[in-house]
Design a protein around this ligand. Sequence first.
Ligand code: HEC
Ligand code: HEC
Ligand code: HEC
Ligand code: HEC
Ligand code: HEC
Ligand code: HEC
Ligand code: HEC
Ligand code: HEC
Length: 448
Amino acid sequence: MNTEYRSQKSEVRSQKRWCIILLFCILYSVFYVLLFSSDALAIKKTKGEIDVAKRCILCHSQLSPGIVNDWEKSNHAKAQVTCIDCHQADTTDADARKHEGEVISAIVSPKDCSRCHPKQVMEFNESMHSKAVSFIKNPETPESSSGSGQVLEGDRAGDDTLAYKIEGKAAAVMGCEKCHGSVIKVKTRSERSESNGIFDKDTWPNNGIGRVNPDGSKGSCTACHTRHLFSITEARTPEACGTCHMGPDHPQYEIYMESKHGVIYSSEKHKWNMEVAPSVWDTKYFRAPTCATCHMSGIGMLEPSHNVSERLSWELKWPLSEKRKDWKNKRERMQMVCLSCHSKNWVEGYYQQFDNVISLYNEEYYKPIKKEMDELYKLGYLTKDKFDEDLEFKFFEYWHHEGRRARMGASMMGPDYTQWHGFYELARGRVELKRMINEIRERKDKGK
Ligand code: HEC
Ligand code: HEC
Ligand code: HEC
Ligand code: HEC
Ligand code: HEC
Ligand code: HEC
Ligand code: HEC
Ligand code: HEC
């Protein structure tokens, strides 16, 4: 009975499947007529181009319906920007590949987007986001010990033993590089068979913020507005940033969710209209800022920008916080955001409290311990290698975890991160570091 029931069921299912396919085809014909016949189209297309576009959509609606569904709902579809407008490539492009009579690339880089969105790409290029790969590769950055973190986990430059290549890379490929970006490698010609433009699988898929693309451009726009919807609503949510901006060393997402701004967002986001075009999105549509509002959006007289670095006066992520170049103008820009909802006295008071936290950390917590660490290295009491001694781990966490939490908590109104995850742990850490430093000194002074 069971088998009979099952075969009946599968028959019904297969009939159903045919009905669905038929319905699909009808809907698609209607869809094409609507899509390609309207006169109010953003992008004009020749008949040949329309035919190509149709072929991509038709085949991929069977093959990867998720992609086509997303695209259909996007403003790109409404503006007649189709698959080939983004995926087209020149035969000379490093990642070009022949595909169904066209030359395409799977990667649509910021350079490709810049054909239609030059302003956003230019601003993005000016930001630290576009430089996020060089920092994890460069051991000379102010945060060199974190760069060594990658070495620590196995990615030893120059070490060609098989174990390191596989295990070491694995951690960085799925960790650091998912946030910072990979350097995408296209398989060399000789390795390519009929399928050109195939990427080295250790380097792609990757949508890290500063990814180095085969065409030389930097970044991945889908890091914030995921394909194929490319929605501004999504990019405006704190969750879009939270993929990368979270955790023990840069908990901006957690800090934000703790702040009153985040609380207001959580309690009434369903009532906010987050789809409004950037040129008009303002306090009429939201009562509290999200990450994007403070760091990117236009508000009041301030213009929107994809340069997330242009409103920051301090370097908070560095071991020692320093003021940035041109910091006064940058601070003024951020203050223009606050002033849409707060008074001048409120904002100035807040910045004074914030600045005081930074100098407390710099002067009382970082500089004295750093001085003692430098002395130990000078005396040869610590080896030059990073992360081969307990003390080095402790010192790293002191500024990279606790020290950052204290500073970042204060910068974004998260009192618990400033206090209990921040200064309290710094105070404890300082006692412990001093004890460890003294122990090493005593031991080494005695020649042990
Ligand atoms: C006759 C069917 C067919 C047509 C027409 C077609 N594709 Fe594909 N496409 C495929 C298949 C099969 C694959 C490989 C399997 C997969 O990736 O799911 C693929 C893969 C892709 C990929 C991913 C490549 C990768 O390396 O991951 C992209 C991008 C793509 N197609 C874009 C396009 C564009 C743009 C067009 C229109 C010019 C198009 N396709 C037309 C069948 C088709
Ligand atoms: C606005 C530009 C844009 C349009 C329009 C577009 N794509 Fe893409 N597509 C992208 C981007 C960006 C990626 C991400 C690739 C990367 O950066 O790694 C991508 C990735 C892909 C991939 C491979 C990655 C995956 O998730 O499997 C396929 C396949 C693909 N697109 C197919 C299509 C098809 C089919 C259409 C038309 C229905 C289409 N694309 C329209 C920008 C676009
Ligand atoms: C062929 C031109 C073209 C290309 C290439 C293109 N876009 Fe667009 N894009 C448009 C047009 C046209 C609109 C609609 C503008 C509007 O609605 O005002 C748009 C709108 C957008 C929006 C706003 C969507 C919204 O919700 O309002 C985003 C985000 C976006 N594009 C991102 C990208 C990204 C990222 C790429 C590259 C991966 C890209 N676009 C490639 C033409 C293009
Ligand atoms: C969850 C995402 C994520 C992972 C995983 C990650 N990072 Fe980061 N990293 C960030 C973010 C976000 C910042 C910026 C923090 C800030 O600006 O406050 C950052 C900052 C840095 C900086 C400082 C850059 C500068 O401008 O001074 C370095 C260096 C760095 N990371 C290296 C690494 C290394 C090496 C790894 C792997 C061992 C790694 N990161 C893993 C997200 C990540
Ligand atoms: C860090 C996250 C982030 C990244 C990365 C990002 N965007 Fe955006 N994008 C946003 C946000 C947030 C908005 C909405 C801004 C606002 O509220 O004014 C936006 C808006 C847009 C718009 C709509 C502009 C308008 O005036 O209609 C376009 C187009 C766009 N982005 C393209 C891109 C392109 C191209 C890239 C890659 C170079 C990119 N974005 C990368 C977050 C991002
Ligand atoms: C895919 C990961 C990723 C996403 C998503 C992301 N970021 Fe970042 N962000 C980073 C990394 C990595 C850095 C550090 C870059 C560096 O210093 O080299 C960074 C740095 C920053 C900085 C500091 C820039 C500076 O000059 O020091 C700000 C501000 C920032 N991000 C804001 C945002 C906002 C707002 C969003 C969401 C709209 C966002 N980010 C989404 C990875 C990401
Ligand atoms: C109320 C506005 C506001 C909101 C909301 C906000 N930030 Fe910030 N953010 C700031 C201010 C102010 C600073 C410090 C600016 C300075 O240095 O002058 C800052 C600093 C930063 C930094 C720089 C750290 C460094 O290394 O210098 C990053 C990264 C960052 N924010 C990311 C985020 C993310 C991600 C979110 C959302 C989860 C967010 N911010 C929400 C105002 C905001
Ligand atoms: C879109 C409006 C908006 C913007 C922009 C905005 N805030 Fe707020 N902020 C609010 C609201 C609403 C509250 C909640 C007030 C209350 O507690 O009644 C708040 C609360 C605060 C608080 C009190 C936090 C607490 O724990 O009680 C501080 C401090 C603050 N904001 C500082 C800033 C700073 C600094 C900026 C700019 C970097 C900023 N805000 C940008 C709307 C905004």
